[in-house]
Design a protein around this ligand. Structure first.
Ligand code: PEP
Length: 246
């Protein structure tokens, strides 16, 4: 599976062009599941462009609330109505820039699943945490918040994305071995609670994935695809990454 996180980018015209290019370049079919995640206000336009293709629609965030006095928020139910099938929750930019705690992320995860959508749960450590030997503790705590709120079985209806914060948008990619080690840790942690969930859950790697490093990352045993930021904004690069995940 490959998901493109378009972040805060694009005009209506440019996202329509990007989505249409991806559709046409993948017209022959792609064995990997492919998801694109534009900003909220572009969902409708992108939905039209990817209609009748294999590409699925995702959102970059959702409110934990379903309705009410929460000015500026967008609920998971509204995203479902817009045609979304996936929602990114707990992206490190949300955690860092908007102060989302792991408990809030867990509430969003629950809200997304409650309307039948699939959360893409992002976890990952900062450089400081990695250098302090805290990677596994940090990732475990981020997962535990969701497991406590939803139960481990909920992960079989979710995607986990391991995104080391120091690798996002920096051009520094985790080596395939570094990424695999954390993916294996995540899978083993889930397996300690439920082995069948651990086998079925998809764990994506995110952090400066490019066409030049995607194949090697995706060939690791516990890496089931990628969450792609910068490179998802170029259709040729994104499609090459999708091909690497086939
Ligand atoms: C991301 O935004 O989730 C991401 C992984 O970004 P990039 O690929 O640009 O590092």
């Amino acid at each position: 599976m490959v998901a493109g996180n378009w972040k805060l980018n694009g005009s209506v015209a440019s996202v329509e062009a990007l989505a249409s290019e991806i559709v046409s370049e993948l017209r022959a079919g792609c064995a990997a599941d492919v998801v694109v995640c534009p900003v909220f206000v572009h969902l409708h336009n992108v939905r039209s462009c990817i209609a009748s293709s294999q590409i699925k629609l995702g959102a970059q965030n959702a409110s934990a609330q379903s309705s009410g006095a929460f000015t500026g928020e967008v609920s998971a139910g509204m995203l479902a109505e817009c045609g979304c099938e996936y929602v990114i929750v707990g992206h490190s930019e949300r955690r860092e820039l908007y102060g989302e705690s792991s408990d809030e992320v867990a509430d969003k995860f629950v809200a997304v699943q409650s309307v039948g959508l699939c959360p893409i749960l992002c976890v990952g450590e900062t450089l400081e945490q990695r250098e302090g030997g805290e990677t596994e503790n940090v990732v475990a705590a981020q997962l535990d918040a969701v497991i406590e709120a939803s139960g481990v079985a909920a992960l079989s209806r979710a995607v986990v994305a391991y995104e080391p914060v120091w690798a996002i948008g920096t051009g520094k990619t985790a080596t395939p071995e570094e990424a695999q080690a954390v993916h294996a840790f995540i899978r083993a942690k889930i397996a300690s609670l439920d082995s069948s969930v651990a086998t079925s859950v998809r764990i994506l790697y995110g952090g400066s994935v490019k066409p030049s490093n995607a194949s090697e990352l995706f060939s690791q045993d516990d890496i089931d695809g990628g969450l792609i930021g910068g490179a998802s904004l170029q259709s040729a690069d994104f499609v090459e990454i999708c091909r690497a995940a086939e």
